[in-house]
Design a binder for this molecule. Structure first.
Ligand code: MC0
Length: 230
């Protein structure tokens, strides 16, 4: 007796590999949903701005790592899924940068030791030692939360940028959020073009030894935003 047709059909096997096999070899800092700038054209030399800005980024010694990552990323297969037709419909196409993880939430505190003791003894958190950062006009204590950190901030020196904040908020309060970016130089150029005020002439080395910039709270929905090179 012949088997029923359903029995002779071999088990279904997809002809095309799962989409994930086309994924680029690097691990992006965040899902592509957070893309904040138009994609680069597939053929970079024809796009003067992109080439120039990437060259700038790679020349900046403070973020050599970030510049390298950007160049690697541009060579990934991701760009092959964008047709030149779709790209040419983006007249403002420019270099790409991506937001990454929340690095920390910073809280300005009037008494650093008291705040440190609260997180350590009352909440049972893992807290670091106070670290003076004269370049930033603050002393900081990091509280490790596993998936992110809190940064306790206390003014240091006579012209601390958080002095005004603590004057208005005597008990202290949430001061800023710090989000990682994969290329801070490209982010700076892009945000300047978008008329977002950056609160320093150039990136400074932040609490983790990496370049950081701050964005004016009035341009960010009332939240002071720090971007840190991942
Ligand atoms: C070590 C490093 C790291 O983590 O790596 C750090 O954290 S350093 C952390 C400390 N460094 C920084 O914060 C650097 C960037 N910050 C700054 O440049 C400054 O703090 C400003 C954000 C420009 C604020 O300066 P200042 O208080 O003197 O100005 P201001 O009183 O005129 O404020 C201008 C407007 O911004 C608002 N404003 C001020 N500070 C704010 C804050 N933290 N969050 C949200 N809004 C804020 C004010 O209410 C005001 O709004 P209205 O106009 O509506 O009244």
């Amino acid at each position: 007796s012949r088997p029923a047709p359903s029995q002779v059909v071999p088990p279904f096997r997809a002809l095309t590999p799962p989409l994930a096999s086309f994924a680029p070899p690097f691990r992006p800092l965040a899902p592509p949903l957070t893309r904040v700038s138009s994609p680069l054209p597939h053929s970079r030399p024809s796009h003067g701005t992109a080439s120039l800005e990437l060259a700038d980024a790679s020349q900046d010694g403070t973020s050599a790592e970030g510049g390298g990552r950007e160049r690697r990323r541009l060579r990934t297969p991701v760009s092959t899924v964008r047709t030149s037709a779709s790209l040419s419909s983006h007249p403002g196409a420019g270099p790409v940068w991506n937001l990454g993880r929340l690095n920390h939430v910073a809280v300005a505190v009037p008494d650093l030791e008291k705040a440190r003791a609260f997180y350590k003894n009352v909440l049972g958190a893992e807290v670091g030692e106070p670290v003076p950062l004269p370049e930033h006009g603050v002393s900081v204590v990091f509280v490790n939360l596993g998936n992110t950190k809190m940064e306790l901030l206390h003014p240091l020196g006579s012209d601390s940028p958080i002095a005004g904040f603590l004057k208005k908020n005597k008990a202290g309060g949430m001061h800023h959020v710090c989000i990682e970016v994969d290329n801070i130089n490209v982010a700076v150029m892009d945000l300047k073009e978008k008329k977002i005020r950056i609160l320093s002439e150039e990136a400074k080395i932040g609490a983790h030894g990496k370049p950081v910039i701050f964005l004016h709270p009035s341009d960010c929905g009332g939240v002071l935003v720090e971007l840190e090179q991942a």
